[in-house]
Write a protein of this length. Sequence first.
Length: 723
Amino acid sequence: MKKLTTSFLLFVILILFLSLGYLSIVGYETDRFNSLLEKKITSNLPKTKIKLNKIKIKINLKSFNFFMTTSKPEVQYYENNINLNKIDANIKLKSLFLGKPEIEKIYIASGEIDIKEIKKIIKYSKPSNIRKFVLNDVSSAKIVINTDLILKDNTIDKYELNGIVKNFYSSGKNVNFEKTSFIYLIKTNKGEINNIRGNINGFQVSSGNVVFNKSKLLKIQGSLKSALTLKKGDFDKLIKSKIRDNFDKFQINGKVDTSFKIDFDKTLKLIDYQIEAKGDVKKSELKLKRAINFEFIKNKINNLIFEKANFKINLDKGGNKIFTLNGLYKVNNNTLQNFDLTHLVKKNLQQLSIKGNFDNEIIIPFINYSSEDKIVNVNTDLEINNSVIKIKKFSLSEGKNKINITNLFLKDNKLLKMDNLSAKTFIDNKLSNDFEILMNKNVKINGLKYDASNLTKLVEEKSDSNFLKNISKEISVNISEVSTSVSDVISNFTLIGNIDKGRFSKIVSKGEFAEGKYLDISLKQDSTSKRKILEIYSDLPKSLLSNYKFFNGLSGGQLLLNSSYNDQNNNLNLVIENFKVKDAPGLVKLLSLADFGGMVDAMSGEGLSFERLEMKMEKNKQVLTLKELYAIGPSISILMDGYVESKTGLISLRGTMVPAKTLNKFLSKLPIVGDILIPKEIGEGLFGISFKMKGLQNNLKTTVNPIKTLTPRFIQKALKKSK
C-alpha cells in the first residue's frame, strides 16, 4: 500500500511537471479568458470595443504567472477600426487561485497603420500640441506601434511605446519633414527617437537621434547629421528676407552636424534651448541680379564663391548667437583668398571679427591710395550696440602700406569719436603718406607726408551728409610736406582752427612752396550775417585748381580767392594774375573756330599769356551761376557768363572774345562820348567773335559768330584795364 501511494504521488508529480512543461513551452488555446481580457482592456480604454480570437495560455515558471496571447484581435475606437497584430497579457497566477484575476502587463502590437486612421482616433483626445500637430501639420505617414502597459490593481501604472515611422511628411510653421523615417521608444517619463533619416527643412539627414526626459520639465536633446545641399528654391523657403530677391543664383554643397538641447514646461512653453551646427562647405556660389557697390571698393560685387570652408553656429534662448566661418573665397572672377569671420550676437550687442586677404581693388581717395593688382590683408574687430558702431580695430596692410584705426564710433553713418588713425603708404616705392590723426579733447593731425592730390576734388564733391556732424573741437595740423595733383609741393603746412558740428568755423593756415612762394588760408565767421568768409592766397594757383577742368593748362600766376557762404549759397570772387594757358582743349577749339591761327600755335607752344582773370560766381543747391568772367592779356581778351545745373550737369556759357591788337586800336580811337559801333577808321573787317557753349561736360556744342560791336560791359572792362 505504501508503495502504491508513493507511485501515485510520483505519477501525479510527473503529470504536473509535464503539464507545466507543456503549458510553459507549447501552451494551451482556449476562449475561456476572452471575456476577462476584453473587460479589463475596455475598462482602461473607454470608447474601445474589442473582440478576441482564441487565446493561447502559457505559464511563466520564472515569474510564476500566466502569459496569454491572441492574434488579429478586432478593435474599434470611436467606431474606427485599428489594425492590431496581437495582444499579450501576463496574469498573476496567485490572483487566479484567489478568484481575483490581476493583470500585470499587456502588450499590444499593431500592423502598419496609415496616419489617416490615427487622425480619426486622435481627434477624440484632449486638446494638446501633439494633437494639433498630428491633425493640422502631418500629411502622410505609415506607423507601427508596439505598446507595453504595466498595470497596478488592474489600472495602467506605466507604459512604453515603440515602433517605426515611415514616409513621414509634415509642413509646420518652423519645421518641414519630407520622406522621413525613424524608430521610436516612448516611456512614461522619457523616450528616444533613433535612426532618423529623411529631408528636414531642405536638409537631407543621413542619421540622427533625439532623447527626451520628462520630470518637472520636458528636456529634449539630440543630434542630426545631414548633407548641406541647397539651391535658390530651397533658400527661398528657408529665408524670408527681401535680400533673397536680389539672388539670381544660389547653391551650396557640404555637410552639417547639428546638436541641440531644448527645455519645455508642462504646457510645452519653450523655456530654454541651445543649438550647435558645424560642418564644411565644399563649394558655394552666390550670383546677384544687381551688383552691389561698396565704399572704397572699385569694382561692384556680383558674384561670391566659397570653397573648402568650415562653419559653426551656436544659438540659445538668451538671444546669444555665434557664427564662425573660415576657408577660401573669391569675388567675381578673382583668385581664391583666405578669410576668417566670427559674428557674435548678445541681445542688443553684436561683435564682428573679420580677417583675410582681399584682391578686389581698394581705393581711398582722400589719401590717394589704390591697391591695384595687389592683395591686401584686412583685420578688423567691431561692435554694434543698438545704432552705434564701434570699430575697435581696423588694419589694412599690403607690403609697406599700412592703415590703422582704433576705437572709431559711428552712429547713423556719422562719426561720434575716435582715438586715432594712422596711414603710411607708398606710390612706386616712394613715400606718399605718413601721418597720424589723434582725437581726444582736440583734433591733432601730425606727420611727415600727406598726399592731397584728390583733396580739392573731394571738397567740391562733398554732399549734405556731413560725416563729422557730431564733432565740435579745436583742430591743429602740422605736416612737413603736402603733395598736390601737380608737381608743386607744399612744405611746413600748418593749420589751427575750430570745427563746429562738422564744419570749419575758423582757420588760420600757412604753407610754403619752393623759391619763396607761399600759400595763405584764413576762415572766419561774420558775427552779424553769420556767413563764413574764406580767403585764399597762393603763389601757385595750379596746385589748387588742377582738379577743375575749366582751368586745364593753367600755369604760373598768383591767385586770390574770396568766398562768402552759408548753408544756402556761396558767393565767390576769384582773381588770377600773370598766368599762362597751354593746351586747354576748350579754348583751343574756340580759337580754331574763330580762325585765330596764331593764337592756336601759341597755345601749343609756350602758352597764351594773360595779365588778369576775374571771376564772379554764385552757387546754391540747384545751380552754379557764372555771373562774369573777364580775362585780358597781350593777345586776347574774353568776357563770359553762364551757368551749370547741379542735378543734370548741363553747361550753358556765352561770351565775347576779341584779339588784343584790335581791341587796343579800337580803344585808342574811341571818343569820350560816342557810339559803341566800331569807328570807321578801324575798318569794316572782323572785330572779334561771340560764342556759345552748351551741353553736358563730355558733349559740349560750341558755336561762334563774327561781331562788329562790343557791349558796354566789355568796353568798361577794357577801359578800366587800360587805365
